[in-house]
Write a protein that binds this ligand. Structure first.
Ligand SMILES: Nc1ncnc2c1ncn2[C@@H]1O[C@H](COP(=O)(O)OP(=O)(O)OP(=O)(O)O)[C@@H](O)[C@H]1O
Ligand SMILES: [Mg+2]
Length: 316
């Protein structure tokens, strides 16, 4: 089921076309919206929230038309904006509580939800400190907490990993995943890094210059290929193990593509596994790894064919 449907959505500013006839459906679950700087990600989110009006086209969010039902949509959707927007002299507890009250929760429920969401994002200890003294990672967590506090059905997270170090990035991606698995909330999350959304998202939409490039489930994107990947070693310590394996495999009639120590062999069927094992053993070498290669999401950046045209995912 789709949480969002977008039809020929266009947004023109005086000098640029931020969205250009964008048509795509966003399914339930965690959906990544990927694009380079200026691709139109934030523009799309603002239009879906009813904060900005499109030049042409239409869209609906959770069944509500954006043109006529902005308030209903904003009641059901949480929004984590891209830029820093936190008042420095207020604590996270006060701020999130305030946002809960603005959303219409009665005081008791607001207090409870504030504690729950701050716990979820890992900010319980520091919740009474003023936010001006927070690190970027802590600020991103408060922004996430305020998006969740009114128990939305769907959240829009605009670049939640911005400014985070690799550990902070991983923690944020795990938190996002849990928003869906633990609370059943659907997520639309933007990033300019395709790779980081591979693990978190059920589905990925890629836009470029306001146009749709790809819309795929990550399962489909990272599905197994018909290529086997293998790595060998010489138990006697010889340094030319990969060269020898390659020569033996080729002599057995198998096609081999090399990338450093790794070898890629096209598999006809399961028997290719046996042929490789036997050939490598016969050459006096050991197998360190033999597995099916997988597609990697980042590979589809290699060929920027727009959706609908001839397209294939490059394999390892
Ligand atoms: N209010 C505005 N007035 C004029 N042009 C705008 C406005 N907002 C966005 N744009 C332009 O629209 C295009 C898309 O911008 P948008 O902020 O949606 O991109 P983005 O994908 O969110 O980029 P980033 O990764 O940098 O956040 C850009 O060329 C931007 O300069
Ligand atoms: Mg943006």
């Amino acid at each position: 089921m789709s949480t969002i449907t977008i039809e020929a959505l266009t947004k023109r500013y005086s000098r640029v076309t931020a969205l250009d006839q964008l048509t795509v459906d966003v399914p339930e679950g965690v959906c990544g919206l990927v694009g380079a700087n200026g691709a139109g990600k934030s523009t799309l989110i603002k239009i879906l929230l009813g904060l900005s009006t499109p030049t042409a086209g239409r869209a609906s969010v959770l069944g509500y038309d954006i043109a006529s039902h902005g308030p209903e949509i904003r009641q059901l959707v949480g929004y984590m904006p891209e830029h820093d927007c936190l008042p420095p002299d207020v604590s996270a507890a006060e701020f999130v509580m305030h946002m809960a009250r603005i959303s219409g929760l009665p005081t008791g429920a607001a207090r409870e939800r504030t504690a729950d969401t701050l716990r979820h994002v890992g900010l319980m200890e520091e919740r009474y400190r003023r936010m001006g003294g927070y690190s970027t990672g802590m600020k991103q967590r408060v922004k996430l907490a305020q998006a969740l506090v009114h128990d939305p059905k769907l959240v829009f997270l605009d670049e939640p990993t911005n400014g985070l170090d690799p550990v902070g990035r991983d923690e944020m991606l795990d938190l996002i995943r849990r928003i869906h698995t633990k609370f059943g909330i659907s997520v639309l999350v933007t990033s300019h890094l395709l790779g980081e959304l591979e693990r978190t998202s059920d589905h990925v939409i890629i836009i470029d210059g306001g146009r749709l490039l790809k819309s795929r489930s990550t399962g489909e994107l990272t599905s197994q290929t018909h290529t086997l990947i293998l790595e060998v070693l010489d138990p006697a310590g010889g340094a030319d193990a990969a060269d020898r394996a390659q020569a033996s495999l080729e002599a057995s009639g198998l096609g081999v593509r090399r990338a450093g120590e790794l070898m890629y062999v096209p598999a006809t069927d399961e028997s290719t596994f046996d042929s490789i094992r036997d050939t490598v053993a016969h050459a006096g070498l050991g197998l360190v790894r033999l597995q099916r290669d997988r597609h990697h999401i980042a590979e589809i950046f290699a060929e920027n064919t727009p959706e609908g045209s001839q397209d294939h995912v490059v394999t390892g």
